[in-house]
Write a protein that binds this ligand. Structure first.
Ligand SMILES: [Mg+2]
Length: 132
């Protein structure tokens, strides 16, 4: 019996020029809209959103942890909505850091899929090391 390769949906996107273009464009469109709300000063570029990105990721973890501490690990609708807002904040700061570095969020997304597919093909999805 043939099993699907790891990341089959991502591979299908990357194998389709139309889908890969749509993926990149969607992230780039989000980035364009998101950073239009940026209000930090020019000297704060890159380091400020990078710090805040870490803070927002912590807020996601905090809310997940509280679901276990206070609610037996049950993610009711309110908790999931609260976490969704924090994930959105993480996404916003990803867009801002990328913009400040002159990076396209769409290219970051495509690059991430490329990396993960390569790792899956080499059977090194587990383990550690940024460049494995
Ligand atoms: Mg937040």
């Amino acid at each position: 019996m043939q099993t699907e390769p790891k990341g089959a949906p991502a591979r299908a996107i990357m194998d389709s020029p139309i889908k890969a273009t749509a993926l990149r464009a969607g992230f780039d469109l989000y980035q364009e809209g998101a950073v239009s709300f940026a209000k930090y000063k020019p000297f704060m570029r890159t380091w400020y959103p990078a710090l805040k990105l870490n803070g927002e990721a912590g807020e996601v973890a905090e809310k997940v942890g509280k679901a276990f501490r206070d609610n037996d690990g049950i993610f009711d609708m309110q908790r999931r909505q609260d976490i969704a807002k924090e994930i959105g904040d993480v996404l916003w700061y990803c867009a801002a850091v990328a913009r400040d570095l002159g990076l396209s969020l769409g290219d970051c997304a495509i690059g991430n899929f490329t990396k993960l597919i390569d790792r899956a093909d080499r059977d090194v999805l587990g383990g550690s090391g940024d460049n494995r």
